[in-house]
Design a protein around this ligand. Sequence first.
Ligand code: MG
Length: 164
Amino acid sequence: MDIRIGNGYDVHALAPGLPLWLGGVQVESPVGCIAHSDGDVAIHALCDALLGALALGDIGKHFPDTSDEFAGIDSKILLSRVMELIEREGWHVVNVDITIAMQRPKLAPYIVPMRECLAEIMEISPARVSVKATTTEKLGFVGRGEGCEVYAVALLGREEDCFN
Ligand code: MG
């Protein structure tokens, strides 16, 4: 099997009174991400990892934040579109691993729902979707609660005799 690895990284600033979407799930929080889309920084990093694995550019190239088409868009739709690009080339997701850095709120209750939601969109088992959350021990912009930062890694696979 031919395999490819990609990594993704995204940051959004946080502001009071906005909805907080992470990994396709709405998180109860006094702050949410400032964004052109719904601000799901975890899905954005994941999309960049998936696109990166195939050297297909990044989420900004495919879904420009200057386009009205993507204003307020549900990031789950963006992930579905990225999956279409991947599958068109004959690739499938082997596994993904996502780390969300946020000082508060506590994300532990949302980890399983995020894994299940992302797995459903990518049409793989939740066992192949890792989501981890960490604080930064009150250090830096994440620690001060000014932003949310996400790192993602994706591994893709394709049968070797598939050259489309
Ligand atoms: Mg983003």
